[in-house]
Design a protein around this ligand. Structure first.
Ligand code: SF4
Ligand code: FES
Length: 317
């Protein structure tokens, strides 16, 4: 367990780490054994093969000093700069604008830069006299006989433990970095741009001034919230149906389509509704609505998808 010098409150980040096996190591392993699995006799889709992690997986604890106001991203940056430069994670803006740092925090998809340590740290569980694992809320609890790990004692003054893993539903590139390319590909496939002829605005003397798409405030209000999607993938990570875009196009791609379908300027509404009305499209949605809970920008993803389903049905009627 890596530990930073402690003088006050501490927190332990328990990071699920993954280091991919190099291609040449894979080839060597295959060539060296006559029993090495070369290909599935049932066929393995390239996407599925790519999602299967091949490499070393382990869990690593980092205990560090905090004041409680830091975000998990702050802590990861401290660890990277001062303790372990090999720890890999992705981020860019640092304040909830780019969506690049979504990961699973205590199993919940969320943005690392918005997740406050004090909100996510959990006291470690200990085993009571009857063998049940209890959350330690009171250090003086008589029933507790032994801590499940050394964090309880090492982190006696601490806020507790935060478990970090890559975004669920995606292949892992390395440590906390998920491969979100399948999500981006699904979005690209559905034409994530305005399809419109537009209205040419002209100057008084008849010359083309600017290409303008006119819209009233009410028309803008219909889809404006959806334009705030930062394509973080938290909704995909929370969705029990989504698994890399093969069985289900995923909530992020559907939200992107809803943004254009609800836009009065877009002229491809029917084409868009047709494109999502497929077995791996809107028909695969089970309306679990776990996606709504995790959206960091507050889009009610499940409700928006439900509205899309209604529009698809209306078109059929
Ligand atoms: S809808 Fe919300 S959770 Fe899903 S990708 Fe967009 S911002 Fe992220
Ligand atoms: S780093 Fe950009 S959203 Fe978190």
């Amino acid at each position: 367990m890596a530990q930073l010098a402690s003088s006050g409150t501490t927190v332990t980040l328990r990071v699920h780490r993954f280091s991919p096996r190099l291609a040449r190591e894979r080839d060597r392993a295959r060539g060296s054994s006559p029993f090495a699995r070369k290909a599935s006799p049932f066929g393995d889709s390239p996407a599925r093969a790519a999602r299967r992690p091949r490499g070393r997986q382990w869990t690593q604890d980092y205990t560090l000093d905090v004041c409680g106001d830091e975000t998990i991203l702050d802590c990861l940056l401290t660890i990277k700069r001062t303790v372990d430069p090999t720890l890999m994670f992705r981020y860019s803006c640092g304040h909830g604008m780019c969506g690049s740092d979504a990961a699973a925090v205590n199993g919940t998809p969320t943005l690392l830069c918005k997740a406050k340590i004090a909100d996510w740290a959990r006291r470690p569980r200990a085993v009571d006299a009857e063998g049940f694992r209890r959350t330690v809320t009171d250090a003086a609890t008589d029933d507790v006989t032994s801590a499940t790990d050394d964090v309880a004692s090492a982190d006696g003054n601490g806020l507790g433990v935060i478990e970090l893993a890559p975004l669920p539903g995606f292949a892992v590139d390395r440590d906390l970095i998920a491969d979100i390319e399948p999500m981006l590909e699904q979005i690209r496939r559905l034409k994530p741009y305005l399809i419109a002829d537009g209205t040419l605005a002209t100057t008084k003397d008849g010359k083309v001034d600017v290409l303008e798409y006119l819209q009233s405030p009410e028309q803008l209000a219909r889809y404006e919230t959806l334009t705030t999607c930062i394509v973080c993938g938290a909704c995909e990570g929370a969705c029990p149906v989504y698994a890399g875009g093969e069985a289900f196009v995923g909530p992020a791609a559907l939200i992107n389509q809803a943004r254009f379908i609800d836009d009065s300027r877009d002229e491809a509404t029917l084409e868009r509704l047709e494109a999502i009305d497929t077995a791996d499209g809107i028909q695969a949605c089970q309306s679990v609505r776990a996606c709504s809970r995790e959206c960091p920008v507050g889009i009610d993803v499940g409700e928006e998808i439900w509205q899309l389903i209604a529009q698809v049905r209306e078109r059929e009627a």
